[in-house]
Design a protein around this ligand. Structure first.
Ligand code: B12
Length: 436
């Protein structure tokens, strides 16, 4: 038996004008190329659980016609933005009598929809059920649904070594490694790993380091993007990881929250272990826009007054910050674009990423906007790109959000403004070194 593990690669954006505008800026075009070059860690992880007598092949597919039909079954992974493409691809395989098993965030968030298009849907994390799926497949007894959430959160101490060896050696300059799952916070809009299983867990540092070493063995000097929601949510785990990573000579990037700025020792350890950049979801520079967004303790809103200081502290340790902002939050009017621009200017953020509020199906935000009659289309999953708009904002029109977003993109990524921020970062560091 031979299984094809299929990922749909490439950036997605429905708004063609915005795509063209974005790609015209060197900083955005560079990031888009990096995105094209990240493999699906989920599929490589599942392939690692397959017994040796079952063949495993990993494919990145953009165009359905590229897919060979030499497989006995297909394991397909999809996000909301690519769900319709995944269904179209599944239909092609099923026409040829090849069963399709679909998993991933969208299959988890919208399992009834997914079930209409494939032979089996896997809900939640793949690891707890994948061996069973393969067994049923071999017996010719594939079930329509496997719900990993009924088995509790997967214990990351048992995490298999992803099959990085399935990747072609020249295609990938960057790789992902996961150090934790879930998140201690509960943001209304979040459509990341906490939707697979909400319990926050860390992967033992030794296991993470083993994955890093495996990548080094296979690919020489890899650049690693940790595929985490919040790498330093557990500071003790973060410190243990940094101590180990310091010996690996790696360059890496991750996503975390502003609280790393409260811990100068951790920042120093991060820099010494090769941290190149941290991506932080500030979401908005204003308390009013964030008030109530995080449902457990209003954590995000309570931190807004420390944002400027946090950027300064982190960047002064030689780690660049990529600040993320969401436009279109409830209560945000047309002045919100200027608020974000001014924050970026004042803080000197090295990199910035702006996105539009996105109701991903199956999230609390989606349910609320649906109840309030504010979704533009309940079917337009292809608009779940973080840049296309699929809802009515409270304090501006859809067109005002679209146009304001474009104009803000133009201002933030203007090469002179990017260079000004990057120069400020370098000069600041030089001055710090001189003053020592
Ligand atoms: C790395 C990453 C990428 C990489 C790699 C994506 C990939 N193919 O895996 C790149 C840069 C390519 C990427 C691109 C995009 N991304 Co992205 N990405 C991430 C990130 C940071 C980590 C994802 C990850 O690797 N998780 C770890 C792995 C192990 O988990 P996993 O893939 O979910 O797999 C597990 C289960 O889902 C399940 N599973 C998955 N697939 C399958 C298949 C089968 C058969 C089975 C049984 C199980 C199964 O088992 C796995 C193990 O438990 C997350 C944010 C985050 N912090 O989580 C965003 C995230 C997943 N991305 C997101 C988005 C929107 C995008 C883009 C649409 C952006 C754009 N406009 O282009 C594109 C889409 C690209 C594409 N063509 O599919 C959203 C998706 C939300 C959603 N519900 O749809 C997230 C959550 C970020 C966010 N801010 O909301 N992304």
């Amino acid at each position: 038996m031979n299984i094809g593990y299929i990922a749909m690669s490439g950036l997605r954006l429905v708004d063609a004008e915005l795509l063209q505008l974005g790609l015209s800026f060197p900083a955005v075009a560079r990031r888009a190329r990096e995105i094209e070059a990240l493999p699906s860690l989920g599929l490589l992880t599942l392939a690692a659980m397959s017994p040796p007598h079952i063949g495993a092949e990993y494919l990145e597919v953009r165009d359905i016609s590229e897919v060979p039909d030499r497989f006995d079954a297909i394991a397909l992974s999809t996000l909301s933005a690519t769900a319709k493409e995944a269904y179209a691809m599944a239909a092609r395989f099923r026409e040829k009598g090849i069963p399709v098993i679909l998993g991933g965030l969208h299959a988890t968030l919208a399992p009834d929809e997914a079930a209409r298009h494939v032979d089996a849907v896997v809900i939640g994390e793949g690891e707890p059920v994948w061996p069973e799926v393969l067994r049923d497949l071999e017996r010719g007894d594939l079930q329509p649904r496997y719900d990993a959430r009924t088995r509790g959160p997967f214990d990351l101490r048992q995490a298999p070594m992803p099959r990085f060896d399935l990747l072609s050696p020249d295609r990938y300059p960057r790789f992902t490694v996961q150090t934790q799952r879930g998140c201690p916070y509960a943001c209304e809009f979040c459509a990341a790993s906490m939707r697979l299983s909400p319990v926050f867990r860390t992967k033992p540092a030794e296991k993470v380091l083993a994955e890093v070493r495996r990548l080094k063995d296979l690919f020489g000097r890899p650049f690693v993007e940790f595929a985490d929601d919040n790498t330093f949510a557990d500071k003790r785990h973060g410190r243990a990881l940094m101590a180990g990573l310091a010996k690996e000579g790696l360059r890496w990037f991750t996503e975390t929250d502003v609280s790393v700025a409260d811990d100068p020792d951790l920042l120093k350890a991060m820099r010494d272990s090769g941290c190149h950049q941290v991506l932080i979801g500030f979401e908005s520079p204003r308390f009013a826009s964030l008030d109530g967004v995080e449902k457990k303790s209003n954590w995000k809103a309570r931190r807004t007054d420390r944002y400027l200081r946090a950027v300064e502290t982190i960047q002064s340790h030689g780690i660049t910050v990529n600040g993320c902002f969401i436009l279109g939050l409830d209560g945000d009017g047309t002045d919100s674009f200027e608020h974000v621009f001014r924050f970026v200017e004042e803080s000197g953020l090295y990199d910035v990423q702006v996105t539009c509020l996105t109701p991903f199906p199956g999230t609390p935000l989606w349910s609320r906007l649906s109840e309030e009659g504010r979704l533009l289309s309940a079917e337009a999953t292809e608009r779940c790109t973080l840049f296309d708009i699929n809802f009515r904002p409270t304090d501006m029109s859809v067109d005002e959000l679209r146009n304001g977003f474009r104009e803000l993109t133009r201002r933030l990524y203007a090469p002179e403004f990017v260079e000004q921020r990057n120069r400020r970062f370098r000069e600041h560091l030089r001055a710090k070194v001189r003053s020592r």
